[in-house]
Design a binder for this molecule. Structure first.
Ligand code: UDX
Length: 429
């Protein structure tokens, strides 16, 4: 790709920042990634990739000459046309987003004499852009532009999601800043939604809330299916063909986790509440998700009786397959509940670690996890689990009970393999 001459500083070399920086370099821009963690910057300089994300290592390697890494603010800002903010916005105890890392970037921005545009990639509450604008103005940086340019990338497909997005959303105070951010994305074929800053911020929160609502909706349909003898997998297929509904995000299971959904749902809930609005649907979405994880315990109790002293194997720790991310992973909630019930918990995951899960024994293979177990719970739909010889594993267990928390396996085949098999919303199977 040709050199376009744009210089982009990306603050925060975490998940979002790395993908954003690598993809802008791929589009032909010169990118400096800045992070406060020295060790991370050193690893990146050595050509190592600190996170597990398919395609990212190739992209970083291919664009090495257009990428630089630093801990120094001045070095990052030198000659920059755009400053992307991609720092973390974790929840505080109140559920509000913690914007301290965002404010640090804004406050550390050196006095620049040329026009740069600060672009917000981090997910922030509606109204943040307005506050940043005031803070910049108060510092005498009225000539620094501001735009909201939220990300819609999912872990595991982040590079593709950035390079081939469903849409690019840009909210700016000045038309020219929005035009500049749009031009920065030249080479990406996608509709560009231009909006005011507040609406761009809300688009991100609303998109996540809509996706979470679909998951909690299909999970509740699953629960009613269980009570009435229907099969949610068939039901999802049947409603998914309706173009108004669509097929995606209708997989019933033990609930959503990850670094975005749980945090962003809480942030939107708090944002609405602090603005005087009780967001009833969102509250229900969150509560259904909490209960969904715990329903598995009820299933195990129905199948095993008391869980005290029972050995339960968790298959999968990551919040979804193809990532080592365990943030807000349902497996962690399940492990906590099982330990509280007095069960012995073993866990297997091909990449994620049970770090911080005191009392859980992590083993290296599915075989080891199931040996002598009273029950197993399929928590993460790792493709490896489609390949194992379930019939011989059933023989290794003390009692061959399996709760498939992701409806991944074929109920008939699992029963034929000797399992007492239960899933989510599949009474009819
Ligand atoms: C999500 C959004 O997809 C992305 O647009 C946003 O920018 C960040 O949050 P991510 O957290 O990487 O991305 O994961 P995603 O693949 O969306 O899955 C989120 C959770 O929902 C997972 O725990 C997954 O298991 C669960 N899920 C997803 C379901 O339970 N059912 C589904 O049908 C889909």
């Amino acid at each position: 790709m040709e050199e376009s001459g744009q210089r982009v500083a990306v603050f925060g070399a975490g998940y979002v920042g790395l993908v954003t920086g690598a993809c802008f370099a791929e589009l032909g821009h010169r990118v400096v990634l800045r992070d406060v963690v020295e060790a991370k910057i050193e690893r990146l300089r050595r050509g190592e990739v600190p996170i597990y994300e398919p395609g990212l290592d190739d992209l970083l390697a291919r664009n090495r000459e257009r990428l630089a890494f630093t801990t120094e603010v001045d070095e990052a800002i030198e000659g920059a046309d755009f400053v992307y903010v991609a720092v973390g916005t974790p929840p505080t105890y109140s559920g509000d987003a913690d914007l301290s890392a965002v404010w640090t970037v804004v406050d550390e921005l050196p006095e620049v004499d040329h026009r740069i545009v600060v672009c917000m990639k981090s997910t922030v509450p509606v109204g943040t852009g307005e506050k940043v604008r005031h803070r910049l103005d108060a510092r005498g940086l009225a000539h620094v532009g501001y735009a909201s340019n939220p990300e819609f990338t999912a872990e595991g497909t982040a590079v593709r999601d950035f390079m081939e997005p469903d849409r690019i959303v840009i909210g700016a105070f000045e038309q020219a800043d929005g035009d500049a951010v749009a031009a920065l994305h030249a080479g990406i074929d996608a509709p560009v939604v231009r909006a005011d800053v507040a609406s761009a911020e809300m688009i991100k929160l609303a998109a996540n809330a809509a996706l979470m609502a679909r998951i909690s909706f299909i999970n509740e349909i699953a629960n009613v299916c269980e009570a009435t003898g229907a099969d949610v997998v068939k039901v999802a297929e049947g409603i998914g063909h309706d173009r108004r509904i669509g097929k995606s995000f209708l997989r019933a299971g033990i609930g959503f986790g990850g670094s975005c959904f749980p945090k962003d749902s809480l942030a939107l809930k708090q944002l609405a509440a602090s603005s005087g609005y009780h967001f009833q649907v969102l509250n229900a979405v969150i509560e259904v998700n909490e209960l969904q994880k715990r329903r598995v315990i009820g299933k195990l109790k129905r199948l095993l009786g008391s869980l005290r002293g029972k050995r339960v194997a968790l298959l999968g720790l990551a919040f979804k397959p193809n990532t080592d991310d365990t943030r807000e992973a349902p497996a962690f909630v399940l492990a906590g509940r099982l330990l509280a019930e007095g069960a012995d918990v073993v866990a297997w995951d091909p990449v994620a670690r049970a770090d911080g899960l005191h009392g859980v024994v992590q083993v290296a293979s599915v075989d080891e996890a199931l040996a002598g177990a009273d029950a197993a719970v399929l928590v993460t739909e790792w493709p490896q689990l489609a390949e194992v010889d379930w019939a011989s594993l059933a023989e290794r267990m003390r009692s061959a009970v399996l709760v498939d928390g992701r409806n991944m396996l074929d109920p008939g085949a699992m029963r034929a393999a000797g399992f007492t098999y239960d899933a989510i919303g599949r009474a009819a199977s």
